[in-house]
Design a protein around this ligand. Structure first.
Ligand SMILES: Cc1ncc(COP(=O)(O)O)c(C=O)c1O
Length: 425
């Protein structure tokens, strides 16, 4: 072990022991909005009041009726947010994850708008950019879909691998993408990546891109990288049905009481209507009305999101500063940095890489000292990070004081785990 790591390790050990003895309880495991963020939107609870419950076309939002796909004014508002036309987007109830789950279920059970049920195939495979979102992987695992990890780069998944796999194997039916401020790396897909996804040749006749644009407007900086429209690119490439685009207001309004969004081609929307109309008479129109009245237009959403950034931006900066102070310059005996981490332009996460074979140990050490992190491995299908290297940090929920304490502790856990690895313990 090199000298600076061993002296850092003895100080880290002392602090770790005292944190463990102090009964500390901190949680950085999930990307939840903080109470301050939720307070920004409380006015929405009053934006619909007794006697004032009709939509722009006079629909009584308390009753059945209106379009299954959502209020026209809500479709216009959220179309602007997803950068699509109003007739391509539908607005549904809370949870885009449920819409994604349901869409995969329909593809498996009844087939897509272009081909028969996937369950009739010997095998159904999805490409999974890694590190990625654990709930996408959980959903696919639930349905028995085989997941093929593909490495993420700063501009999207490694496209040569994607193109080869979709071209050569007809059982590869889909890919899950978080194209903007991705969970957890923060990467935004480049225009070249978007174009390649739209135009690549696929062996499957009905390959689907589950384009989960969960962080469409969740910027932390004033000049985030642009994201081009996959819906337009697919249309231009002659593959209009390839994309199913998702979004929600879970991290814009109320995480448990937002609206979910799905944008797609006309033929995919008519396919969706077929099964949505069997599930529900219609979505919660009062909630859609509340959202429209509170935000009004895209400028309203964007100014609201700038206020979010004022609250959570300093949290991301703090994590970066503390990690740099505590870990910057520390290297393993063969000269590798003990850790590296992403500096996202938006979204809710920091992707944190430690030395190979260390992530689980860092997670365990943090748990022993009372800090709950997202489990090591969660950012990979089946929880299996082959290098045991990646952790996801979620800085939004804790207060700044809690976050400082938690980040110092993470750095101590990294030093301890790396020192153990070097000494062969
Ligand atoms: C990429 C991504 N998609 C979807 C969700 C969940 O969205 P919803 O609350 O609309 O189900 C999250 C929440 O963290 C997420 O990170």
């Amino acid at each position: 072990m090199n000298g600076s790591l061993s002296s850092a390790a003895s100080a880290a050990k002392e602090r770790h022991e005292s944190a463990a003895a102090s009964g500390l309880q901190l949680d950085m495991s999930r990307g939840k909005p903080s109470p301050d963020q939720l307070s920004l939107v409380e006015g929405m609870l009053e934006s619909v009041s007794p006697g004032d419950v009709r939509s722009e076309h006079g629909t009584d939002c308390r009753n059945y009726g209106g379009d299954l796909f959502g209020l026209p004014e809500a479709r216009r508002l959220f179309a602007a947010m997803l950068d699509v036309s109003a007739d391509s987007v539908i607005v549904q109830d809370n949870s885009s994850l449920r819409l994604m789950f349901d869409t995969v279920a329909q593809c498996l059970l009844v087939g897509t708008s272009q081909a028969g049920p996937w369950r009739a195939l010997d095998k159904v495979k999805f490409l999974c950019p890694v590190p990625g979102y654990d709930r996408h992987f959980g959903l696919l695992e639930y349905f028995g879909v085989e997941m093929i990890p593909v490495d993420m780069t700063d501009v999207g998944p490694e496209m040569e691998t994607v193109e080869r796999l979709v071209r050569d194997d007809a059982s590869v039916r889909g890919i899950f993408c978080v194209p903007r401020h991705s969970n957890p790396t923060g990467a935004t897909y480049s225009a070249v990546t978007v174009q390649a996804l739209a135009s690549m040749s696929t062996a499957a006749p009905d390959f689907r891109i589950f384009w989960d644009n969960a962080y469409a407007v969740h910027h932390l900086t004033s000049s985030p990288p642009p994201l081009s429209s996959l819906l337009d690119s697919c249309e231009q490439a002659g593959n209009p049905d390839r994309v199913l685009m998702f979004g929600s207001t879970s991290k814009i309004s109320f995480a448990g009481s937002g609206v979910s969004l799905l944008a797609a081609s006309a033929s995919n929307l008519s396919w969706l209507r077929g099964h949505l109309s069997k599930q529900s008479i219609g979505p919660d129109k009062l909630n859609q009305l509340r959202h429209v009245r509170f935000f009004r237009d895209l400028a309203g959403i964007e100014s609201h999101m700038r206020r979010h950034a004022e609250i959570i931006g300093p949290k991301f900066e703090l994590v970066d500063r503390v990690l740099e102070e505590r870990l910057g310059g520390l290297v393993s005996s063969d000269g590798r940095p003990l850790a590296s981490w992403s500096l996202p332009h938006g979204g809710y996460f920091i992707s944190f890489d430690v030395l190979p074979e260390c992530a689980r140990r860092v997670y365990d050490l943090a748990s022993q000292a009372g800090l709950k992190l997202t489990p090591a491995g969660a950012t990979f299908p089946l929880g299996d990070d082959p290098r045991d290297q990646n952790l996801r940090l979620a800085p939004t929920m804790p207060s700044l004081d809690e976050l400082e304490r938690a980040t110092e502790l993470i750095a101590d856990c990294v030093v301890l785990a790396s020192a153990e690895l070097q000494s062969g313990a």
